[in-house]
Design a protein around this ligand. Structure first.
Ligand SMILES: Cc1cc2nc3c(=O)[nH]c(=O)nc-3n(C[C@H](O)[C@H](O)[C@H](O)COP(=O)(O)OP(=O)(O)OC[C@H]3O[C@@H](n4cnc5c(N)ncnc54)[C@H](O)[C@@H]3O)c2cc1C
Length: 475
């Protein structure tokens, strides 16, 4: 999500808006019932050996298939889940459509998603994620001078990271957590400024990337880029775009791909419902799945690709949707956070979804190890843990949620994480290596293969189109 850029990071940190009955389900399968895709049993051996097989019905796979099909290729998509969309997942089990994966078009101007949304007449509303309210107590926001102190510390941080980025490669191993600590010590940051500084870093980096500063390095800092303009959300769900794009495509859901075999003559894809033959295959499974090695390749993937898979990281951004009997928070802010907690490893951002769908719903977003630890708690404890922040902001008398939904993208066997990161030493070159085809037979798309827009819907879309173009050139 154009991580560091999305909130124009530190530099626009003026307002320290740095910008800033329970269900327990993971992002796999779920309640979504698609009008696309079918689980029809497949032939043991597909007849069309010239077809192009796409693995994964996320936005990358759908974009690739659509482009190829429009050029006259016969394409089939094999999808392991019982729904399409992958990490674009609109769930309506709380009575309204809610995006549990991607929710925003980040920076709409020149974003390739924008013309598609317009073409299909899909409604969006502006979501001003820069305008966060930061609470230090019950109904008490940080004051202007506190915000300024924090902004100053953020600027020092950014300058330090950029300086190190230009330094010889040995210093590039430094983690962002180490740099933050150095600044805390050298600038003698204490008290509420310290807590606010940590929260600001979490908001601007960890919540964007989905991982902890300790797992992120100088090298990948600010590597990807964004566009300009507002961020927008979809009151009726981002899945509308997936559905519109996938019309007329042959998508076989509930086809778990287990192995891809390839040679000079073609490819054979083994699923739990049979074997499919084709001329070429486009692999769009998430980096997390490639890291786990649950999908086998024969012959195995080349060393350079394995190294790229290892070098890049997979974050753990998760959401807890909280539906309340009534709104008890202010209407104005798009996002809110409690920044005066005592645990430096814990940061939760609340998105005021009431603004977009006129229902008393907050979407809490958190990342990294804290996010992973929440999923190990009993569901009610996890909800209570997050509710503690709301009580610290609005008092103990706030109502309890009537329904909740917690995602666990890091445990989802079709994702094993939220989206890719440059981790400690990864770079755009690793994404490029991941994207390299093998012998004009096996092609790779998906957000992880598009370093310039890593971890985004638009990056994934562009990666699918890129591979469709590549295939059109070689065939
Ligand atoms: C919580 C969260 C919030 C996000 N927020 C945003 C946002 O606001 N804006 C934004 O731009 N991006 C956001 N993203 C990132 C965005 O969702 C992804 O970058 C994008 O959707 C990835 O698309 P993809 O096609 O590359 O991968 P996916 O959507 O993951 O598609 C890959 C498909 O492969 C399938 N698959 C995996 N293994 C197999 C197998 N063995 N056999 C068959 N099929 C398999 C999967 O089920 C999946 O459908 C968010 C992601 C998460 C998780």
């Amino acid at each position: 999500m154009d991580k560091y850029n999305r909130r124009k990071f530190l530099l626009q940190a003026r307002n320290l808006t740095y910008a800033g009955a329970t269900s327990w389900l993971c992002g796999c399968g779920g309640a979504f019932s698609s009008n696309q895709g079918s689980a029809k049993s497949s032939p043991k051996e597909s007849e069309d050996e010239q077809q192009i097989i796409v693995i994964g019905a996320g936005i990358a796979g759908i974009a690739a298939a659509k482009k190829l099909q429009s050029q006259g290729y016969r394409v089939i998509i094999l999808e392991g889940r019982d729904r399409i969309g992958g990490r674009m997942w609109t769930d309506d089990s709380l009575g309204v459509p809610l995006d549990l994966g991607a929710a925003w078009i980040h920076t709409v101007d020149d974003n390739p998603i924008s013309p598609l949304v317009k073409q299909f007449g899909i409604q969006t509303v502006v979501s001003d994620i820069q305008s966060q309210w930061n609470y230090k107590g019950i109904n008490q926001l940080l004051n202007e001078s506190e915000e300024q102190d924090i902004s100053r510390a953020l600027r020092v941080f950014k300058n330090r990271v950029n300086k190190l980025k230009k330094a010889p490669s040995s210093s590039r191993q430094t983690t962002l957590a180490e740099i933050a600590q150095q600044i805390i010590e050298s600038e003698e940051i204490t008290g509420i400024t310290l807590k606010g500084f940590r929260a600001a870093l979490s908001s601007a980096i960890e919540t964007e990337v989905g991982d902890d500063l300790a797992n992120l390095g100088v090298k990948g800092f600010d590597e990807d880029s964004g566009f300009s303009g507002a961020d927008v959300v979809f009151p009726k769900g981002y899945i509308q775009l997936v559905q519109a794009l996938s019309k007329d495509l042959d998508i076989r859901t509930q086809h778990l791909v287990q192995q891809i075999a390839y040679d000079d003559t073609g490819v054979q894809v083994t699923t739990d419902r049979g074997v499919f033959s084709g001329s070429r295959v486009i692999v769009t499974v998430p980096l997390g799945v490639l890291k786990r090695g649950t999908l086998k390749f024969s012959p195995p993937l080349p060393e350079s690709k394995l190294a790229a898979i290892q070098q890049l990281g997979m974050g753990a951004l998760n959401k807890l949707v909280l539906k309340f009997p009534k709104q008890f928070w202010a209407s104005e802010p798009h996002t809110m956070a409690y920044v005066n907690g005592n645990n430096p490893d814990r940061y939760v951002e609340f998105y005021n979804w009431q603004k977009y769908i006129q229902q008393p719903i907050l979407v809490a977003i958190f990342s990294g190890n804290f996010s992973r630890s929440l999923s190990q708690m009993p569901p009610t404890d996890a909800v209570q843990n997050i509710m503690a922040d709301l009580q610290a902001m609005f008092g103990k008398d706030i109502p309890l949620p009537t329904a909740t939904f917690l995602t666990q993208w890091h445990n989802d066997p079709f994702a094993y994480g939220s989206y890719s990161t440059f981790s400690l030493n990864g770079s755009i070159q690793d994404c490029d290596r991941l994207a390299e085809p093998i012998g004009d037979r096996v092609f790779f798309a998906g957000e992880a293969t598009y370093g310039k827009h890593l971890g985004t819907v638009h990056g994934a879309l562009l990666s699918g189109e890129r591979e469709a173009n590549r295939i059109a050139k070689v065939s």
